[in-house]
Design a protein around this ligand. Structure first.
Ligand code: HEM
Length: 504
């Protein structure tokens, strides 16, 4: 839109419309159409689990579903089934190199095998220790150790600090500049914001010679390479894999195996884990989630925030969880990683919050050839139907729909952690991390982190809502515990009060 035209027709809408570029107009109309289509389909999904979208004149055929059996048939990966993750949903991240979240087929198997080896018991022990340390440090640095009550206007500010990729790549966390160049942290922010732009504009825009953006990309790449070089030196010196990053670097160095990451793939995965979900960067989270990567530690932070919110208005549940913590850990000792599997009720509250606000809210897949899907009949009717799926059909698995589907959950709108009590920690009955081989690789990472933090926190503090004058808890719940959707799914800012628990 030319500024001169706007100056000539400051309040004349037709003048502005006349000057809209044809491409922009098409994008606006298509976006409106896409929005209305999505809205209508989502409305229909509330009545019917699976909807087949058949284009009349042109367009891509689609199938939207909130059925777990269909999710299982499509989500697992192109090496097993005739559905793949469309590259168009990942191309922003592919700029840094192929990575686990974007790959499919045999390529995905390689990345999953290599990255998967970093998600070991050693890593989870480290995550547990770091979470405990974060809690203890926070109490001291915030001066909570001398207070009996603390008001936190936005609990997300706390949970964002707790859940960060620092556990995954410990040494890379404070990317400060020592040489007067743009700090890597700032470079990351600019890169993330530029990525965000590509939601609205074509991706070639990223390559335009905008000096700051170019400098940021260069700086970020240099920073990642520095980190890689540091670890390569460690690996050459025969040092142990002290963190997951070093495990990835080892996979790049090891020439004796067919499961080797090349330099680009190494950087692609480093970007995915170190940066895509960095706790301080909301834009990158939005991009990450929009492109269905769902790799963000921020997903854990959002779920943890929702967990606190639900506990604040469900006092009985909170007391039951505290009793459970006292039975398992007592009051005198620090909880240990070995307690994780025993703290099933703590995990259950986190699961229930993740069910009600599933951070990974959609899985998108595409049929690579003509195929069929087995679609279960509606509840109350036995059997299945076979639905032909033409090549190119896009399948949208509505994860929110699954988590509220009465086929799977009694009273789906009620916060009821007891549905998960006693569930083994990796049970597939819990579906918010997706299902099958391609389910979230960070599931245990997230649940270990959350269980440790909640255990320490709830043992010391009672969680209460900060109510407005005259507001009831029910009204607070309606106002605050509401999905906050911009592009991704989150919870509104949650104001909470913490009161120190009196110990007998
Ligand atoms: C409450 C927290 C989380 C939720 C609800 C969640 C959910 C999901 C879901 C639904 C998927 C499947 C996406 C798809 O197939 O299209 C996924 C994949 C993934 N998640 Fe998570 N996630 C969480 C935390 C994490 C964390 C903490 C990490 C990293 C440490 C992580 C890393 C990944 C990666 C790399 C994938 C892609 C895996 C693959 O394609 O093989 N996630 N996540």
């Amino acid at each position: 839109m030319a500024t001169s035209t706007m100056a000539m027709f400051p309040s004349d809408i037709s003048g502005i419309i006349l000057d809209v570029q044809p491409r922009t107009a098409i994008i606006v109309v298509l976006s409106l159409y896409a929005f209305l289509r999505a809205f209508t389909v989502l409305k229909m999904l509330r009545q019917s689990e699976t909807i087949n979208l058949i284009p009349i004149v042109s367009g891509i055929p689609g199938l939207w579903t909130s059925n777990v059996d269909i999710a299982r048939q499509v989500a697992v990966g192109a090496h097993k089934v005739k559905f793949f993750k469309p590259v168009s949903k990942n191309d922003v991240f592919l700029q840094w190199g192929m990575n686990l979240a974007a790959a499919d087929g045999q390529m995905w198997r390689k990345h999953r095998r290599i990255v998967g080896s970093a998600f070991s018991t050693e890593l989870y022990k480290l995550v547990w220790m770091q979470s405990a340390k974060t809690y203890n440090d926070m109490i001291l640095t915030e001066g909570w150790d001398t207070k009996d009550a603390v008001d936190v206007p936005v609990i997300q500010d706390v949970t964002m600090k707790v859940c960060s990729s620092g556990h995954f790549f410990p040494r890379a966390d404070p990317p400060k500049s020592q040489d007067g160049k743009m700090p890597a942290q700032q470079a990351l922010k600019i890169v993330a914001e530029t990525h965000l732009l590509t939601l609205a504009v074509p991706s070639w825009l990223l390559y335009l010679p905008v000096p700051r953006a170019r400098e940021a990309r260069r700086r970020l790449l240099a920073f990642m390479n520095e980190q890689v070089a540091e670890r390569k030196a460690d690996v050459s010196a025969g040092g142990p894999s002290v963190d997951a990053f070093t495990t990835l670097v080892k996979a790049n160095q090891d020439e004796s195996t067919k499961y080797q990451l090349d330099d680009e793939e190494l950087i692609g995965n480093v970007f995915l884990f170190m940066f895509a979900g960095h706790g301080t960067l909301r834009p990158s989270y939005i991009v990450c989630s929009w492109f269905n990567l769902v790799s963000s530690p921020e997903t854990t932070a959002h779920t943890l925030a929702a967990t606190f919110g639900f506990l604040a208005v469900n006092e009985e549940v909170q007391e039951e969880i505290v009793q459970h913590i006292l039975e398992v850990v007592g009051t005198e000792r620090e909880p240990q990683f070995e307690d994780y599997a025993k703290l099933d009720k703590v995990l259950a509250v986190f699961y229930e919050a993740a069910r009600m606000f599933p951070a990974g809210h959609a899985l998108i897949r595409e049929a690579s050839e003509d195929t069929i899907l087995t679609v279960p009949n509606p509840v109350g009717e036995e059997g299945n139907q076979t639905v032909p799926i033409p090549k190119g059909t896009q399948i949208m698995v509505d994860m929110i729909g699954i988590q509220y589907n009465p086929r799977y959950f009694e009273d789906p709108h009620i916060f009821k952690p007891s549905r998960w009590y006693g569930l083994p920690t990796d049970s597939e009955l819990f579906t918010a991390f997706s299902v099958g081989q391609r389910a979230c690789i960070g599931r245990r990472f997230a649940t270990v982190e959350a269980t440790c933090f909640l255990t320490l926190f709830l043992r010391d503090w009672k969680v209460l809502p900060i109510l407005r004058e005259g507001e009831s808890k029910a009204a607070w719940k309606m106002r605050v515990l509401d999905a906050h959707i911009v592009i991704t799914l989150g919870v509104r800012d949650i104001p909470l009060r913490f009161e120190r628990r009196k110990r007998a």
